[in-house]
Design a protein around this ligand. Structure first.
Ligand SMILES: [Zn+2]
Length: 253
């Protein structure tokens, strides 16, 4: 993708969750792709046109790479100069596509309120200590709050809390500074291992669950209720904020 020119761009309906930008094709046909990145649960396609295409896969969206044929849920189709076809497939249409001025990405409303990226330098134990101070909400729910850390999904949070040996139900304000100092590298390790397992191309965004960069791998606790934690304890499951939490009561205090 990097360095490729967009030679064609077609939309097959007017909208996903909201309308496609009216000037999407005009803005991007002929543009060169200068890079791919992500911010929270959004994917970004950077171009040499000073506009960035920002997409969200919603509940059911995925990119189909070089599909054999274009189906009725392939709502946006992009062709590149090296002959590849990328189809944005979204049966339920909770996804979105926007064009944002590249120089003002951080001011875009969906990005302006976000906390630091988990792999960036701004995520520190001090940041978490400040964000959690006085909070009685469970640390797991606070970690899922995009205003505190951007883009952490349920699986990553369960795994990071296990590695950092933190009880997911503990009040955020009651998590010790030492535990927060374990948590930051634990978050990074979980993300980096997940990214390493899957590469770093558009296929990263191909998952239908909206958890960008999430790849099936051998999780320590996620999806392992009743199995053994690496510490020898037993993995348990309970529901927090409507989502499953997997944890080990033996090592997570
Ligand atoms: Zn354990």
């Amino acid at each position: 993708m990097d360095g490729q020119t967009i030679t064609a761009l077609r939309t097959h309906r007017a909208n996903l969750r909201r309308p496609f930008p009216a000037d999407l094709a005009q803005a991007l046909i002929g543009a060169r792709i200068t890079g791919l990145s992500r911010r929270a649960k959004y994917g970004l396609i950077h171009t040499d046109r000073d506009r960035t295409m920002v997409f969200h896969l919603g509940m059911s969206g995925r990119w189909r790479i070089d599909p054999a044929d274009i189906g009725k849920h392939d709502h946006l189709v992009i062709e590149t100069g090296n002959g590849h076809v990328l189809a944005l497939n979204d049966a339920r249409r909770f996804g979105s596509v926007d064009l944002v001025d590249s120089a003002r990405l951080e001011e875009w409303p969906a990005f302006a309120a976000l906390g630091p990226e988990p792999l960036g330098p701004a995520l520190t134990a001090a940041h978490l200590a400040q964000a959690f101070a006085g909070r009685s909400a469970a640390v797991k729910l606070l970690l899922l709050d995009q205003r505190i850390v951007a883009g952490l999904g349920n699986i990553y949070v369960c795994e990071a809390l296990n590695r950092a040996r933190i009880d997911p139900a503990r009040a955020g304000g009651k998590v010790s500074r030492a535990a927060l100092s374990r948590l930051v590298p634990a978050v990074r390790t979980v993300l980096e291992e997940s990214i390493a397992a899957g590469g770093s191309t558009l296929r990263d965004y191909a998952r239908p669950d909206g958890e960008l960069g999430y790849f099936a791998k051998d999780w320590r606790v996620y999806g392992r209720e009743g199995e053994a934690c690496p510490c020898g304890g037993t993995v348990r499951r309970f529901v927090q904020g409507g989502r499953s939490t997997f944890w080990c009561e033996r090592c997570q205090k």
